[in-house]
Design a protein around this ligand. Structure first.
Ligand code: BGC
Length: 501
């Protein structure tokens, strides 16, 4: 979500950057390839305190600190999906998607976050009914629900107890996950535990740009990551041991990454790009797919911590048992990716205040020739192809579901730029499948509807459908890209001619 918007350096070295063709691939998507669209609870639902829902960290901060959201808005009503879900399912059906990815609002089903706090006995029945109805209706319309348990909106009550750096959240999350599997699991075949926890840990506990906006870079962010990984693993094991045989689904984490292209082919820059991948995707991917933190992260944080006079590394250690407990807790890789940046090595910064960015030690820039989205993110389809290949090579060829990819527009219904964006990125997925033999089994457009874009409020519309946020009724209107995506889903082909198999 908060992808780096960096200064544009004029880079002679970009001439050295390996280019990959941007021609549209004319091969077909495999017959069993699934196409979907996505949303998240806080960004679309509204009903922030309806029917017993508890407060999330986003409700809390957007109400308390009027400057936290740059536009001064909030998501109290958002797309009003809490009331309009039936009409949204009709839109999804018309779009023809195979799956719809959405998230459960933890405080809507458990207002304080606790699942078994007997004194309060906190399950909010209307919240359970809401998601049960939504899931049932999706199934009736042949749309597979892809359900995320935690997409940024932690119950505020748990934040008051310290939020993700507090290791007790492992158990609270696990109890919540068990409740969700029990209540909804019969109809859910695809679960994801966390959406983009790196964004939460790095920008929510390492800076002020995401809730809970606690700036403890180089310490709180790593503590957050550790808890999240253990919470994810515990939820995975619960699913595996208590539910999988009856419910037969798959479960994983959604991890985000930008493709990090070395700014030159100097060894230092190539290593810097790999280091950045390991400090971003690898911080979550390595413990889950390979076991333990990435080596380069252990070394870098250990090295800097020592020079900062810490008695031990700021990167919390996993015990041998914890490493084994987390390793292998995935059935597929959920990958969110939007853009690409250029990466070069940077010089070691002075030792002093702990800092994640100093730990990574890189310089990022962009190629001035790259087109950008309304959010100023570079549009580089070949970056996704390279990222998919990197995931394949680094993590032993896993099955991959692209769980988010898309762009914001400047408010137009004639969103030709979105069509070009998706066509380019989908073509890169085809290249990855057919040329690089990456096992990608699905693609999910972000987003289904224009929605609340976190600190940017409603100023960055990512939707295939426009939503009029000035109208109390929140009318939805298909953008031009709906026609394009519909056709791709129906034909499994990007080209105007017939595609080859
Ligand atoms: C997040 C979404 C967000 C999107 C665009 C992703 O990081 O999962 O919630 O809206 O990026 O910024």
């Amino acid at each position: 979500m908060f992808r780096q918007k960096k200064l544009v350096f004029v880079i002679l070295n970009t001439l050295l950057v390996t280019r990959v063709s941007n021609a549209i691939n004319t091969r077909a998507f495999p017959d069993d390839f699934i196409f979907g669209a996505a949303s998240s609870a806080y960004q679309v639902e509204g009903g922030w305190n309806a029917d017993g829902k508890g407060e999330s960290i986003w409700d809390y901060l957007s109400h308390k600190n009027k400057t936290f959201i740059w536009t001064g808005e909030n998501a109290d009503v958002a797309c009003d999906t809490y009331n309009k879900w039936k009409q949204d399912i009709l839109l999804l059906k018309d779009l023809g998607v195979n799956h719809y990815r959405f998230s459960i609002s933890w405080p809507r089903v458990l207002p304080t976050g606790y699942a078994d706090w007997l004194l309060i006995n906190d399950i909010n029945e209307p919240g359970i009914v809401y998601y049960r109805n939504l899931i049932k209706a999706l199934k009736e319309n042949n749309i597979e629900p892809v359900v995320t348990l935690q997409h940024f909106d932690l119950p505020q009550y748990l934040q008051d107890l310290g939020g993700w750096p507090n290791p007790n959240l492992v158990d609270y999350f696990a109890d919540y996950a068990r409740l969700a599997f029990r209540e909804f699991g019969e109809d859910v075949k695809y679960w994801t535990t966390f959406n983009e926890p790196r964004q939460v840990c790095q920008y929510g506990y390492g800076s002020w740009v995401l809730a809970p906006a606690i700036s403890t870079s180089g310490v709180g962010d790593y503590l957050c990551t550790r808890t999240v990984l253990l919470a994810h693993a515990k939820a995975y094991h619960i699913y595996d041991e208590e539910f999988r045989t009856q419910q037969n689904g798959v479960i994983s984490m959604v991890i985000d990454a930008t493709w990090e292209e070395p700014v030159s082919n100097r060894t230092e820059d190539v290593e810097a790009a790999e280091r950045q991948l390991q400090f971003t995707f690898g911080l979550y991917g390595n413990p889950i797919y390979n076991g333990n933190w990435p080596r380069v992260v252990i070394d870098r944080v250990g090295f800097r911590s020592e020079h900062e006079n810490f008695t031990k590394s700021r990167l919390p250690k996993f015990t041998h048992e914890e490493i084994e407990y987390i390793k292998g807790t995935y059935d597929y890789v959920g990958l969110n990716s939007y853009t690409t940046e250029l990466v070069g090595d940077a010089s070691e910064e002075e030792f002093g205040q702990p800092s994640y960015t100093k730990d990574v030690r890189i310089e990022t820039s962009t190629d001035p020739s790259w087109n950008t989205t309304a959010y100023s993110w570079a549009i580089v389809p070949w970056g996704l192809r390279k990222l998919l290949k990197w995931v394949k090579d680094t993590y032993n060829n896993p099955k991959i579901l692209v769980t988010e990819n898309g762009c914001s527009d400047n408010g137009t219904l004639d969103d030709d730029m979105r069509i070009d964006y998706h066509r380019g990125y989908l073509s890169a997925v085809l290249d990855a499948i057919h040329e690089d033999e990456v096992d990608v089994f699905g693609y999910t457009a972000w987003s289904f509807l224009d929605s609340f874009e976190w600190i940017m409020g409603y100023s960055q519309p990512f939707g295939l459908y426009h939503v009029d946020f000035t109208d109390d009724d929140r009318p939805r209107t298909p953008k031009k890209s709906v026609g394009f995506y519909k056709k791709v889903i129906a034909t499994h082909c990007l080209s105007d001619e017939e595609c080859t198999k």
